[in-house]
Design a protein. Sequence first.
Length: 160
Amino acid sequence: MRIGQGFDAHRFSDGRKLVLGGIEIEYPLGLLGHSDADVLVHAIIDALLGAAGAGDIGMRFPDTEPAYKGISSLILLENVVNELTGLGFSILNVDATILAQKPKIGPYREKMLKTLSMVMGLNPSRINLKATTTEKMGFVGREEGIAATAVVLLEEPAYG
């Protein structure tokens, strides 16, 4: 078994769509980033890569690469999942938390769960999504951006 953890944070920006967990969320601000800036998917990608000992999202999908400008983070996630399963890894579970003062995440949780489970090829029962505020503390509490954390458990390939 291998455990990986991931973290990502992005600041809010005018003129961008807010994408979390692969879905668009109604909110007047989006997150600033080279891709769609989906902090939840980025944290999951980093957790997967970490568990596999395969680097991080910045190494795999650098923000200096024009091909990744504006790309859906779900495409990046699918790429990583396919690579890891191709190497014989099995994703056993994902536990992730979104840190956001606003917007409220609850109304979107089930749709995020469905989207992530489809892209990752996992039963939704293997993905746990949570959301919390930071009680108005820090950049999240001041409503300057959103962060996310993720932990994954992988089963490594059987060699021999």
